[in-house]
Design a protein around this ligand. Structure first.
Ligand SMILES: NC(=O)c1ccc[n+]([C@@H]2O[C@H](COP(=O)([O-])OP(=O)(O)OC[C@H]3O[C@@H](n4cnc5c(N)ncnc54)[C@H](O)[C@@H]3O)[C@@H](O)[C@H]2O)c1
Length: 265
């Protein structure tokens, strides 16, 4: 039976992360982070820590993951990736609960829409700080800890096709995501020396319910029309690629950016 590209069926787990432990940031929304957490469990990970800036949603996500998957080894820890102390505390918490983090998924990223001539420094800095510097902070501390432990690991960052392509009112977000791509490539070179692989996904469009509520309908229709499949990706379709990059199937990949997109330009 072939896959219907307009209405794909959810792909069940294939054991890609059996025996591994996983830490994911920004995993309490309705989007890619929580989808990646569910996938990691379905792919057999032995334990997982999810994190988010939003405490209420985080606890709800922990309970939902436990109930849906039956895995008891699920923990939540609040973390604003823009705060160095919280980043260090998160990684130390995860190291302790998971008895070593094998896989880190840096999912946190923040976007707004603003024309450059109206851009205030505060808005520019906020988007860069969460999206780019937050990914750097998480990677830096994780590598220090992985180096000390000496067992290697894998890190998957969440970039965006906007790191390559242009869109009006997205100069700050696109610059941050281009930065995530450069960070991925450069940090991967250094991390290879300690047996850590670092790759990124670059999704084009994932319209989960929270985004559908917050963005103008006309813009969403315009963005969906740019996709060859005529639709946005499901969050789990991006999560599938993240899990592949985190798994040993991607053992000869590092510093790579994989688009998860049906756009051609
Ligand atoms: N949705 C898309 O179309 C799309 C496309 C390309 C890339 N991305 C990237 O995917 C990632 C997830 O996006 P999503 O659309 O699935 O979002 P999502 O709905 O999963 O929400 C993002 C989560 O980030 C959390 N968050 C916000 N600021 C934070 C901070 N400072 N520290 C920690 N957590 C914070 C929010 O509380 C929320 O739970 C982001 O990096 C985004 O840039 C999304």
């Amino acid at each position: 039976m072939s896959i219907d590209l307009k209405r794909p069926e959810y792909v069940p787990g294939h054991g890609l992360l059996v025996g591994k432990s996983v830490l994911i940031t920004a995993a309490a929304g309705a989007g890619i982070g929580v989808a990646a957490a569910k996938k990691a469990i379905e792919e057999g990970c032995r334990a997982i820590v999810i994190s988010d800036i939003h405490e209420g949603r985080l606890q709800a996500s922990v309970e939902a993951l436990k109930a849906e998957t039956g895995l008891a080894a699920v923990w939540g820890q609040v973390c604003n990736v823009a705060e160095e102390e919280q980043v260090q505390a998160l990684i130390d918490f995860a190291e302790d609960r998971l008895q070593g983090v094998d896989v880190l998924i840096n999912n946190a990223g923040l976007g707004t829409s603003c024309a450059l001539i109206d851009m205030q420094d505060a808005e520019w800095h906020k988007v860069i700080d969460v999206t780019l510097t937050g990914t750097m902070r998480m990677t830096r501390h994780m590598l220090r800890v992985m180096k000390a432990r000496g067992k290697g690991g894998a890190i998957v960052n969440n970039a965006s096709v906007l790191g390559w392509r242009a869109q009006k009112e997205q100069a700050h977000y696109a610059a941050a995501k281009a930065g995530v791509m450069a960070l991925t490539r450069c940090s991967a070179l250094e991390a290879a020396e300690i047996n850590v692989r670092i790759n990124a996904v670059a999704p084009s469009l994932v319209l989960h319910p929270m985004l559908r509520k917050s963005a103008p309908e006309a813009l969403l229709e315009q963005l969906e029309a740019k996709e060859a499949f005529g639709r946005a990706a499901e969050a789990w379709e991006v999560a599938n690629v993240m899990i592949f990059l985190a798994s040993d199937y991607a053992s000869y990949m590092t510093g790579e950016i994989l688009p998860v997109s049906s756009q051609q330009a």
